[in-house]
Design a protein around this ligand. Structure first.
Ligand code: ZN
Length: 413
């Protein structure tokens, strides 16, 4: 649990229930009913007699204050259940309906909501605008849902003005999170664990050319370096599978460079950047991805030699990397295709060679290559058991050297 780095004023209120008992998956925006300063709001919540608080507050200039740490339950929405899971925000507003807030306060709200989503691993902020639907909804791991005070108590909070802005706030936050166009946001938490990424790599290349790390450590570095910068390390790993040809290094970059994403390898034999070890190379790649994905500053010292060349936040999604990270218009699609395969990879069920199959067809052609366009070498008519040593496009190569058979007409033993 972390607090927002946007906070400019902190005055912790005694009016809270300590640690939350539910993970954060809601945001509840309130109106203060008054153009209170952060200091004024903090002093008000500091009194035990107030019996109210909020995690954050926003003043007329859009500045953020913190009164209850994000990991703790504030007393804000007249609902224990809601406050247990919601980050609550009080926004300075007019004293009378529709309780308008300043444009700066609205902008500050959008910044803060974006930050809360990012730090909590959410790639989507949802506003249904419907109480029953919202309260019945179980958000997915990457989703944050907006609720309003008036659903829990007979009052107008957050007021007609802010209520009318909820859809806009969600849309703007989602645009920044990169999920607006149903794209795959580069920011957020990895969804494929390191062990699975490592097993997936080994299924593609049983002898990846690594330097000083094994596949497990390599995959773990993607996850931890990604987490450090709020970037999805699993996506970066899949990008590297593509760039290195599953660590075969058949292109211009050599394994000893620890450059797994082609940074500076611009074609025509340009070898690109070199890094002292795998961790630094992966850190540079994550930082380079962050430069594309977000306007946020780096957490670690910059090791990416091309960080400053990127227009920050120009490509929040994988889809937008095509024509940017690489000239190839199909670049993103290739990364996502690796990702899809990795995500559905089940260790142990993918072919480990050699393995045995029983032929189920009466007559099965053995061809010189993996496909019907290759010439027929012979025909198997005994429905016998054969050993497969390689797979391609649903075809298996026979250990005997006789050729390839379509695996559709076989049963694995
Ligand atoms: Zn309220």
């Amino acid at each position: 649990m972390s607090n927002s780095p946007l906070v400019k004023h902190t005055k912790l209120s005694p009016n809270n229930s300590g640690r939350r008992t539910h993970g954060i998956d809601r945001i509840t925006i309130h109106c203060v009913v008054g153009h209170m300063s952060l200091q004024g709001l903090g002093d008000w919540f500091a009194k035990t007699s107030t019996q109210e608080s909020s995690n954050y507050g926003i003043d007329d200039s859009g500045q953020v204050g913190m009164f209850v740490e994000e990991g703790n339950r504030s007393w804000c929405s007249s609902s224990k259940a809601n406050d247990q899971r919601a980050v609550t925000i009080e926004t300075a507003s007019d004293k009378t309906a529709p309780y308008k807030v300043t444009d700066a306060a609205l902008a500050g709200l959008i910044d803060l909501c974006t930050d809360i989503c990012r730090r909590n691993g959410k790639t989507k902020l949802i506003w249904f605008g419907d109480k029953a639907k919202t309260l019945a909804y179980e958000p997915k791991a990457n989703e944050m849902v907006m609720t309003v005070h008036q659903w829990f108590k007979n009052k107008s909070c957050p007021g007609a003005y802010l209520l009318g802005k909820h859809e806009y706030i969600a849309a703007e936050v989602n645009r920044r999170l990169g999920s607006a166009a149903d794209g795959t946001a580069l920011t957020g938490k990895a969804q494929i664990p390191a062990e699975k990424l490592a097993a997936f790599l080994l299924s593609k290349n049983s002898a990846p050319k690594l330097n000083g790390v094994d596949t497990g450590q390599l995959a773990q570095l993607y996850i931890s370096e990604g987490e450090a910068e709020g970037i999805r390390g699993d996506l970066a790993f899949c990008q590297s599978c593509l760039e290195t040809g599953y660590w075969q290094f058949k292109g211009d970059v050599k394994p000893s460079q620890n450059n797994f994403s082609g940074i500076g390898a611009t074609g025509n034999g340009a070898a690109g950047a070199s890094f002292p070890d795998a961790r630094t190379g992966i850190r540079a790649q994550i930082q380079h991805l962050k430069a594309y994905a977000s306007k946020d500053a780096l957490k670690n010292p910059c090791v990416d030699p091309r960080y400053n060349l990127v227009t920050k936040g120009c490509a929040p999604t994988v889809e937008e990397l095509s024509g940017r990270w690489a000239a190839d218009k199909g670049y993103a699609e290739k990364i996502l295709s690796v990702y899809k395969e990795a995500a559905s990879f089940k260790d142990g069920t993918v072919a480990k060679f050699p393995y045995l199959v029983k032929v189920t067809a009466d007559a099965l052609n053995v061809r010189s290559g993996p496909g019907t366009s290759y010439k027929v070498n012979m025909t198997i008519r005994d429905q016998g058991t054969y050993t497969i040593v390689e797979e391609k496009n649903g075809w298996g190569r026979l250990e005997s050297g006789a050729g390839w058979i379509s695996l559709k007409y076989t049963q694995r033993k």
